[in-house]
Design a protein. Structure first.
Length: 191
């Protein structure tokens, strides 16, 4: 959340190759920038992982990457689901001009927090191929790595696809529901 607010106006605030790929597919991110962007995301993860490994005495038991706790299938499904939720929220708060963008970082940050609380014990809650690849490369631990590449990409594409289906109009809510008695009543009661 902090990084979204700090560099969102510079980088577009995504540090996740699954998000980059999905935004490119949606034509909200230029194709020619996608590969350098993903390379930078991966390099950032590798440098951060190397820094941690250099500062701390990281034993195999203390591995800070993501590996499946249960089966690869369980972790894959969990990564698809939580990345779906993350990308659905990202689309809602960043790609829809009707959204209140000032709270976008908080919405994304809270989604990540909730996903980690729910999925962390099962899959490690990566939601980000770079987040998993960096530690794997630095510590040479590739156990189930395909789960953390494929799952987030599938989940992000599905999340964006479903959001696109639900965003059937560019009209604001008050125009969509003009005939709603609830909205009329609320507008009469507002100061």
């Amino acid at each position: 959340m902090v990084m979204i607010y700090t560099v969102g106006h510079i980088s577009g605030a995504h540090f996740n190759p699954a998000v980059t790929i999905t935004l490119t597919v949606l034509r909200r991110f230029p194709l020619w920038v996608m590969l350098p962007y993903i390379a930078a995301q991966l390099l950032g993860s590798i440098l951060a992982s190397a820094t941690l490994a250099g500062i701390l005495d990281v034993t195999p038991k203390d591995y800070f990457g993501t590996v499946p706790v249960g089966s690869n299938g369980q972790s894959l499904m969990m990564e698809i689901i939580i990345t779906f939720l993350l990308m659905f929220v990202i689309c809602g708060v960043t790609t829809d001009k009707r959204a209140v963008n000032e709270l976008g970082g908080m919405a994304v940050g809270m989604t990540i927090l909730l996903n980690v609380l729910v999925a962390g014990p099962v899959s490690g809650a990566s939601m980000n191929p770079a987040r998993s690849l960096g530690p794997a490369i630095v510590k040479h631990n590739y156990q189930g790595i395909w789960v953390y590449i494929l799952g987030p990409i599938i989940g992000a594409l599905l999340g964006a696809g479903v959001y696109s289906l639900t965003r059937y109009t560019d009209k604001p809510l008050h125009e969509i529901a003009k005939s709603s008695s609830f909205l009329k009543k609320m507008s009469r009661n507002s100061p």
